[in-house]
Design a binder for this molecule. Structure first.
Ligand code: NAD
Length: 498
């Protein structure tokens, strides 16, 4: 792998395209406002980016609308769309270093993670949906001899995709992969903290053969660009990933405009439930530490609450502390770094407030402070609070930083399940036990979209991802189920009666 010195040199030379990508090209923005995209690695400005507003969104939606309505993409055969999307995936891979560098600079994530996980995750997602689309069949309903009733999936039309900053490339692909494969056109709005990789995706798609106007990318903050997209009457569906608070707004925007479809992937406060009969406490400890500290805890399904049976708490926490010691924050541009920065000064201040609160409410077992591997950057030590009551604020709020709260339970397994479920969220959970009956029972009783048993965070594009309760609404990302909220069912009756 390239050394950290050369990544730093490459970072200094980087000159990303920042103009909105509309109708097949980067265009001068209509909005005259800009925002400063700050690099969390050292807190210095990376670049000024046009702060797209309603006029830029209008232009992007108009391009997407025309491209959808004239059928330049939606009327193509699935095989033809497949060919273009496979070329798009290849182009993403061919630009691996450039995309990974932009992702690392924007988000502060380790360059090694961006190279090994984010860029391949993006390319593989586009490829998976490309490969899927020409293998999908529609239905003929069993209506009887006098009619043939066809039930077909049609693209929903213009899709607005709004994503957060924690995995910009992967989440963009989870949205545009199935949307484009199904024949929709898209307007993608990346988060204002991390617009750079998405803007490059736009031009790579067109170079790979995607017709103009099919994928448009508008950078801008939430109120300036996100809200007009959510309220736009010519947008047929919005697929959103982000906070629960903003998710609620998208429901309102839809209700107050054209009742567009809305699919929401939102926050989490995922429990890892460990029973005393767990057969490999060492493996559990490693998975628990990685499950909360990967991406500096800025992961929606991070295992942020550890629910542990009292008799094994000490041994388990020793293991968690050992792994945490290996995950100290480092320079994101050093290929050896395992944990990078917090995305912004605001997010750093927010997580720091929870550290203060945690010190008042509970006891610090590991970390608990800011770190300074690169001057001016935003870093927090992996932190573990013990003696946490589930009513405390650190146990209830999604902190979105490298902070684990530990909740001890004694006695009946139902107590652990109740603790696990005692949250507004329902994105994911894990259960660690060697009792197969208990594993199944607890997995069934946890009210979440994904449960892992004796592991954490294994994933595959073939499995749906999304949440119960305040973690999600209206659809799932990944797998063939993603097509459900990005298509509509049309029934056509044909009279064949005599
Ligand atoms: P956020 O909700 O603040 O922002 C997400 C996106 O919404 C950004 O593009 C932002 O510009 C836009 N936005 C903000 N305010 C808006 C408004 N008023 N109107 C329209 N758009 C607006 O979230 P964030 O801080 O960027 O990301 C962190 C959140 O995302 C966490 O809650 C995390 O759990 C969640 N998340 C969920 C998943 C999942 O799949 N469930 C995945 C990743 C992140």
């Amino acid at each position: 792998m390239t050394t950290s010195i050369s990544w730093v040199a490459r970072a200094e030379a980087v000159a990303p395209e920042v103009r909105p990508f509309i109708d097949g090209a980067h265009r001068d923005p209509r909005s005259d406002k800009v925002f400063v995209d700050t690099g969390p690695r050292d807190g210095s400005p990376l670049v000024e980016v046009p702060n797209g507003d309603a006029t830029d969104i209008d232009a992007a939606v108009a391009a997407a609308r025309t491209a959808f309505d004239d059928g330049r993409w939606s009327h193509r055969s699935p095989r033809s769309r497949r060919r273009v999307l496979l070329a798009f995936a290849d182009a993403i891979e061919a630009h691996r270093d450039e995309l990974a560098l932009l992702e690392s600079l924007d988000v502060g994530k380790p360059i090694g993670d961006a190279l090994r996980a984010d860029v391949p995750g993006c390319a593989n997602t586009i490829r998976w949906y490309a490969e899927a689309i020409d293998k999908m069949y529609d239905e003929v309903a069993p209506t009887g001899p006098d009619a043939v009733a066809l039930v077909r999936r049609e693209p929903v039309g213009v899709v607005g995709a709004v994503i957060p900053w924690n995995y910009p490339l992967i989440l963009a692909a989870w949205k545009i992969g199935p949307a484009l494969a199904a024949g929709n056109t898209c307007v993608l709005k990346p988060a204002e903290q991390s617009p750079l990789s998405a803007l490059l995706l736009g031009s790579l798609a067109v170079e790979a053969g995607l017709p103009d106007g099919v994928l448009n990318v508008v950078p801008g903050d939430g109120p300036s660009a996100g809200e007009p997209l959510g309220r736009h009457r010519k947008v047929d569906a919005v697929t959103f990933t982000g906070s629960t608070e903003v998710g609620r707004r998208f429901l309102m925007y839809a209700a107050e405009s054209n009742l567009k479809e809305v699919a929401l992937e939102l926050g989490g406060k995922s429990p890892q439930v460990v029973f005393a009969d767990c057969s490999d406490l060492d493996a559990a400890a490693k998975a628990i530490a990685w499950g909360i500290f990967y991406n500096a805890g800025q992961t929606c399904h991070a295992g942020s609450r550890l629910v542990v049976e009292a008799s094994i708490e000490d041994e388990l926490l020793e293991g968690v502390a050992r792994t945490a010691a290996m995950l100290q924050p480092g320079d994101p541009l050093d290929p050896g770094t395992k944990m990078g920065a917090i995305v912004s000064a605001e997010q750093h201040a927010r997580v720091s407030r929870y550290l203060d609160l945690g010190r008042q409410e509970a006891d610090v077992r590991v970390g608990g402070a800011a770190a300074h591997p690169v001057d001016g950057g935003f870093y927090i030590e992996p932190t573990v609070f013990v003696g946490v009551d589930n009513r405390m604020q650190i146990a209830r709020d999604e902190i979105f930083g490298p902070v684990l709260t530990v909740h001890r339970f004694d006695g009946h397994p139902d107590r652990a399940v109740a603790l696990g479920n005692d949250t507004d969220y329902g994105l994911a959970a894990a259960v660690w036990t060697s009792d197969v009956t208990r594993a199944h029972r607890v997995a069934r009783e946890l009210r979440v979209g994904t449960v892992w048993v004796n592991t954490f965070d294994i994933a595959d594009l073939s499995t749906p991802f999304g949440g119960y309760k305040a973690s999600g609404f209206g659809g799932r990302d990944r797998s063939l189920h993603a097509f459900e909220h990005l298509t509509q069912l049309k029934t056509t009756w044909i009279n064949v009666g005599r």
